[in-house]
Design a protein around this ligand. Structure first.
Ligand code: GUN
Length: 354
């Protein structure tokens, strides 16, 4: 076979041959040196270096508490459980969601809840009601859902329009179907440490802490916010004699004068006050676990939607000081849905064991 290749020592000018020989010797020497170095590094790499760097990152670095991964793990487990229920001819869990009006954020949350039901094989029913609905009609709708034997869980998306009493609506949902865990009976049982539905966002936070095996016993947890949905229940849950729990808990709110001072003493901070980027780096000590519950839409012309989602924590500043932190979006929000699905599954299997 003929190959038209120039010989390696081909040269055009006299004397160039020697230069090339010298250059080749130099290159060979360089090559051998690099190969030796490479072998040495490879040895170090495979035994000490990698382990050392991993250990340094582990001990010094911050870890993201990834709601996407953890919520997917919860959903995968539920999907398997639901397929077993179906194989055994048992009842499929059924969530009924009531959405009133056209609040953009509520629309997004409810759409995600319904979609997640589909993903794990639950049945779901979405009931949309007009913003101007009377309290009477809403009461009748809830009563119908309470009496519907196929519905296992009921959620009425909050906030409600002004003409409707939130307290009345929540108390009307049958405690056995209260998958939001907002009914006074559910809250009372939770406070006493009895088995019940735990509100979805605090439950999601507990699942996250558990997944990452974060030590909570003996830690000082500071909760910023005292809402019935997040702040108050998570303060009770972190304080209970269980894991995750056994924390010493301080609950801060809009009238707390020394908020920064208290935050600086915290090993765990749960920011649930609904003020975008409220928690700054100078309020956090090194190594704190930071749980960001905030989800606020702020105008942002660079986004197609016209808004950006911001948490209650200034992530860019605070993340450098934390041991663990939840991002927004992609943190607690996704866990809330996973926890709601868990509650719905439990409501179904508790009522229909066979
Ligand atoms: N609005 C904001 N969070 C929640 C929640 O967890 N459940 C309901 N029903 N409404 C909400």
């Amino acid at each position: 076979m003929h190959m038209n290749v120039e010989p390696a020592n081909f040269c055009r000018k006299p004397g160039e041959q020697n230069k090339i020989r010298k250059k080749s010797r130099h290159e060979l020497h360089e090559y051998t040196r690099k190969a030796k170095l490479h072998r040495v590094f490879h040895k170090i790499n495979s035994c000490y270096l990698v382990k050392f760097v991993a250990a340094m990152l582990y001990f010094c670095g911050m870890q993201i508490l990834d709601g996407k991964t953890v919520s997917q793990a919860v959903k995968d487990a539920l999907k398997t459980k639901v397929s077993i229920l179906k194989e055994e001819g048992k009842k499929t869990p059924h969530l009924a969601a009531v959405l009133i009006g056209n609040n953009g954020a509520s629309e997004t949350y409810v759409a995600s809840k319904v979609k997640s039901c589909e993903e794990v094989g639950f049945k779901s029913t979405l009931i949309r009601l007009d913003e101007n609905i009377s309290e009477d009609i809403l009461v009748k709708t809830i009563e119908q859902l309470n009496n519907d034997a196929d519905v296992d869980g009921i959620l009425v998306q909050l906030p409600l329009p002004k003409q409707v009493s939130e307290e009345k609506v929540i108390s009307l949902i049958h405690p056995d179907k209260d998958v939001d865990g907002f009914h006074p009976m559910s809250i009372g049982k939770m406070v006493q440490g009895l088995p019940t539905f735990i509100p979805a966002t605090p439950y999601g936070i507990l699942l996250m802490l558990e997944h990452y095996k974060i030590v909570t016993a003996g830690k000082h947890a500071v909760v910023i916010g005292r809402s019935n949905i997040v702040g108050r229940p998570i303060s009770i849950l972190l304080n209970r004699n269980a894991y995750p729990g056994n924390c010493t808990v301080t609950v801060c709110h809009s009238h707390t004068p020394n908020l920064k001072e208290l935050c600086l003493q915290a090993d765990i901070i749960v920011a649930a006050l609904g003020k975008p980027e409220f928690l700054k780096a100078d309020m956090v000590k090194e190594g704190t676990v930071v749980i960001d519950v905030g989800i606020t839409r702020v105008p942002d012309t660079s986004k197609k939607s016209g808004f950006a989602i911001k948490g209650d924590v200034d992530f860019a500043q605070v993340s450098h000081k934390c041991s663990y932190i939840t991002p927004v979006p992609g943190g607690v929000g996704l866990m809330t849905i996973a926890a709601l699905l868990m509650n719905t599954y439990n409501a179904c299997t508790h009522k229909h064991p066979n």
